[in-house]
Design a protein around this ligand. Sequence first.
Ligand SMILES: Nc1ncnc2c1ncn2[C@@H]1O[C@H](COP(=O)(O)OP(=O)(O)O)[C@@H](O)[C@H]1O
Ligand SMILES: [Mg+2]
Length: 425
Amino acid sequence: MQVTKVRLSNFRNYIDCKLDLQSGRNILVGENAQGKTNFLEAIELLSSARSTRADQDNDLIRWQAPHMVAELEFDSRVGLQELRVAFAKDQQAVSGKRIEKRIGINGVTQKTMGDLIGRLLVVSFSSHDLNLLRGGPRYRRDWIDSLVVKLKPSLQEIYANFKKSLAQRNKLLKSICEQGKVTVTDQDQLLVWDQQLARFGARIIKQRLAVLSRLLPIAEEHQSRISRSQEALSIRYIFKTNEGTSTYGAIEDAEEVDEPEAEISTGPLDSAQLGAMEEAEIVKTLMKLLKERRFNEIRRKQTLLGPHRDDLVFCLNDKDAVSFASQGQQRSIVLSLKMAELTLVRETLDEAPVLLLDDVLAELDEFRQGLLMSVVEQDMQTIITTTHVTGFDPRWLDGAAIFQVHDGHVQRLPATQAGYVNHVV
Ligand SMILES: Nc1ncnc2c1ncn2[C@@H]1O[C@H](COP(=O)(O)OP(=O)(O)O)[C@@H](O)[C@H]1O
Ligand SMILES: [Mg+2]
C-alpha cells in the first residue's frame, strides 16, 4: 500500500500543501513545531477516521480559517483510491465549536467518518507511544482497540454500539441520582442498558484478548532479541472491578480512581481466566457485577465497570514494567509492541501497511534501528519525520526521498541537497 499524493488546505499550520510521495522511504526533516507531526496526523485521520492527538475536531482547522480539507490518493491491491475529509466551522453555532464534516471516498460522499476505516492501512510509531507504559489506561485501551478495528474494520460497529449504550446508561444513572429514587420504569430501563452494555462489552473484551494473544508471541520474540534473551515480556489484561483497583492501581487516570467497595463478590479476573471464558460467560459476569454495584453507580452517576475501565499491564520477567523497568527497558517494550503490531497487520491483511515513524528513529541506537529495519521491508512505504538524520542507519537514507518541512511548507529536496542533509543535518 502506498500513499501517492497528499493535499492539505488549512489543515493545522498548512495553508496549502500538495505533495507527491514515493514508494519506500520518505523522510521529512525540519526543526520543531514546523508541521511534521501535523502532516502525519492528516494521513492518520484519513486512515483511522480520527486523530489521536486532537482534543476536538476544531483543532484540525487552521486557526484563522473557517474550514479545512485533507485528501490523499493511495495505491493498493484494489487499485488507486482517493480519501477526503472537509471540516467546516459552523458560523451560526453559538460556541463556534460545532463542526460540519464531509467525507468523500473516490469522489462519492459518505455518511460518516467511520466509512473511511479499513481502506488505507497505517501503522504508526511515535515518541508519544511511550504513553503505552507511562500514560493512563486510556492510552492502552485506545491502542488495543484501534488494533482490533484495524484488523477487522467491521468491529467498529460494536464499539459504536457500546459507546451509545454506555452514554445512555450514564444518563439514566444521573437522572435517577438526581430524582433521588428508582422507579419501576427506571429499573426496567436500567436492565435493558445492562444487557446491551454486557453484550457489547463482552464482545469487546473477547476481541481485545484475541488480538493480544496473537500479538504477544511476536512481541515476546522481539523483546527477547532486544534484551539478548534476558527479558520475557508478558501482558496482563485487567478486567477492572473496584475491588481490584488497589492491586493494580499504579497507573490510573485521575478521574478513574475508584473507591474500594466491600460488597463486591468477584475479584479482578486475569487474562488466563478471561481467556478461558466463553463470551456468554463474560456477559453473565458483567450482568452480575452491574447488578451488584447498581446503587454505587447511581450514587456516582456513572458505569463503573466494563471494557471502558479495563487496563493492560506490561511485565518484564513477571514484574510490572511501569514500576520496575528502566526507561530504556520501557522504550524497548514499546518498540517490541510496535514491531509486533506491524507484523500482525501485515500478516493478517496480507498487504503491507504504510508505516509512519514520527520522531522515533533518531532516538533508537544502531542495534534497535537494525531490528526495526528487519521488520520493515525495503519496499514498504515508510514516512519518517525527524529534526536531524545524524545517527540514522545509512540504510534508512538509501534511496529515500528527503523533504524539508518549514512553517507549514513541505518541499522535496533535490538529490544533491538531500545528500547535503545526510551529512550535515
Ligand atoms: N489549528 C492550528 N492552526 C494553526 N497552527 C496550528 C494548529 N494546530 C497546531 N498548529 C501549529 O503547528 C505547529 C506544530 O506542528 P507539529 O507538526 O506538531 O510540529 P513538529 O514539526 O515539531 O512535528 C505549532 O507551531 C502549532 O502552533
Ligand atoms: Mg512532531
